[in-house]
Each structure stands twice: as C-alpha cells, then as structure tokens.
Ligand binder design. Structure first.
Ligand code: ATP
Length: 306
C-alpha cells in the first residue's frame, strides 16, 4: 500500500566552536565549526497532495513569526530541488511544526530543508545515501548537511563538509532567545568590519575541545567554547552582553552566542542547574524566551509514516 506521507523530526544546532577565516574573493569565509544537535525539534510532514495543487506549505508551533510560507521558505526550496533533481510528481503538501527559534543562529531554516530532503527520499522510495542528501542540501545552505547528520560533527569549508566526531556523554543547555533575530549576513559583515586591518589565520579545529568531547567532560567543554562571530553579534546587539553576564554570574560551565546569534547558549552541569539558570534568566528580564535542551541528538529522521 502506498504511504500518504511521512513525518520527519529534525533538531536545532549549537556551534561549540565557530572559527571564521578571512573574507575570500568569492565573498564567503572559510569556517571551521563544531556542531552539536540539540533535542529541540521541528516536525516536518510531507504528504502527497491533490493533482495540480503544486507545492503547498503550512505552519504551526510556537516559533512561526517571520517564517514565510511561499517559495522563499527553505523547506519549499528543498522540495523544489528534490522534485527537479529526481523528476518527481510535484503535488506535495508540507507542514512544519516549528519549535526552533527563527533567525536565532540555531539553523531553523536549514533544519526544515534537511527534513524535507529526508522526507521526500522516504516518501518516494528514492533510497538516496546520506552523502547524496548532504550534497543536495549544501546547495540550499551551509548548515543543511549537518541537520541531516546530527550528533556532533566538524564542519569545514563553508561548514557544509561534515566529519562526525567521536564523543561521549550528554550535555545540558539553556537557550536564551531574543525577541528579534539577527541576519547571518549582517553579522558576518560586522565581523569583517571589526577585523579591518587584522591578519586573520585560516581556521583550525580546537584540539582541547575534541579531547573534552572524547572524554565526555562538560567542564572542559565549557572552557573550550569559542565563537568568532560573538563580538560581531554583541556589537550589533549590545544587550547580548547582559545575557552572557547572567550565565557568567550564575556559574554556567560555558556561555556562548550560538552561530550568528542572537540566541545565547549556556552549558550547565545537569537538569537541576538548567532549571536554576532558567529561573535566574527569567528574573533578569533580559531575555524574550528560554528553552532547555539536551545534546547531542540524531539528525533529520522519519518518526512516523502516514
Ligand atoms: P543559521 O543558524 O543557519 O544561520 P538561523 O537559525 O539564524 O540560521 P533561520 O531560522 O534559518 O536563521 O532564519 C533565517 C531567515 O530565513 C528567517 O528570518 C526567515 O525569513 C527565513 N526562512 C526561510 N525558511 C525558513 C524556515 N523554514 N524556518 C525559518 N526561517 C526561514
């Protein structure tokens, strides 16, 4: 019997390390990053639809503000890419239940694109390898391949060349959201401006971080968190410094802007500390929303067949 649809669950990400090389002639930066997938998910349903209806997209969930439902949505573009590449029937309905913050540096749009690739592969029985899906995904955005893979991985190139990291343990995160997103492009431009005249080295992976991950040592991991975009995100949004201070005063193992921000991620010892920090952040009045999430978790995967 033919399936009617599939539901794919896809995680948010945090960058444990984000090292940004110099601006290149093509306008991009070479990056070296270490991603961790967090148990904060969007659920993406892809179904066959009425003949002639084309691609349709609907949204629900707590983070839909500012998310387009037209062909500019990254999930829509992923569907179009899969349909064109594999010559598929183009009548499909996509529904995204969004919980990942939008424009928050947590790869929300990339996650949805990754989910649609995995969903269409399953729905149409394409049998694509993970590698093939990652390559297709990298045409849509640098974070899409990692959203397919999940776990903990190093991203090189534009962040889209993924190598899984051997890691142990679970890590507890508190995520402080802002009421307004930050544009990734604007943050990179600010980073270039702040670095004017400086000699910037090519980015490399931090060995201390890999060692901490291999040992499952959250204290050492907290000390090795770095983000070259943090200064730029704070420059554009000075209030982020106040948020980072709350974590520092509280004694978080590490406090870092996630990716291009403005979400701030705090690494803490355990669930109890996560709850305490949540209370401290709420009382501080400097954040618009708070979530707790454990990482690492799986990448985009089918959780239900309809
Ligand atoms: P990254 O961490 O990959 O840099 P981000 O998490 O900062 O990305 P997104 O949540 O992907 O940013 O949103 C960036 C912009 O992309 C949004 O402002 C929105 O207009 C647009 N967008 C397109 N498709 C989506 C989608 N499926 N979910 C969220 N935003 C989307």
């Amino acid at each position: 019997m033919r399936r009617n649809g599939v539901v794919v669950r896809v995680p948010a990400k945090v960058n444990l390390q984000l090292s940004v090389g110099p601006l290149q002639a093509d306008g991009f930066h070479e990056v070296t990053t270490v991603f961790q997938a967090l148990a904060l998910y969007d659920d993406v349903t892809v179904k066959y639809a009425e003949p002639g209806s084309g691609i349709t997209l609907t949204l629900s969930g707590s983070t839909t503000k500012g998310v387009p439902t037209d062909s500019t949505n990254l999930a829509y573009r992923a569907a179009q890419l899969m349909i064109d590449t594999h010559d598929l029937d183009s009548d499909i309905a996509i529904h995204i239940k969004k919980e990942i913050p939008v424009a928050g540096g947590m790869a929300g749009g990339s996650a949805d694109a990754a989910a649609v690739i995995v969903a269409i592969d399953a729905l149409f029985d394409l049998g694509l390898s993970r590698d093939t899906m990652e390559k297709l995904g990298s045409q849509l955005g640098s974070d899409v391949p990692f959203s397919i893979t999940g776990g903990i991985s190093i991203g090189r190139g534009r962040g889209d060349e993924i190598t899984p990291v051997l890691a142990r343990g679970s890590y507890f995160w508190v995520l402080a959201m802002s009421s307004q997103g930050l544009s990734t492009q604007a943050v990179y431009e600010e980073c270039d401006r702040l670095r004017t005249g400086l000699d910037i080295a090519r980015p490399v992976v931090n060995d201390a971080m890999l060692q901490a991950l291999r040992a499952g040592d959250a204290v050492a991991l907290g000390k090795s968190l770095t983000n070259d975009l943090q200064a730029a995100a704070c420059s554009l949004r000075p209030a982020l410094r106040l948020v980072l201070d709350v974590g520092h005063d509280y004694g978080a193992l590490g406090s870092i802007v996630s990716g291009s921000g403005p979400t701030v991620a705090f690494l803490v010892e355990d669930e109890e500390k996560a709850l305490d920090l949540t209370v401290a952040l709420s009382a501080s009045g400097v954040v618009a929303g708070i979530a707790r999430a454990i990482g690492p978790t799986h990448g985009a995967r089918v959780v239900e067949t309809l």
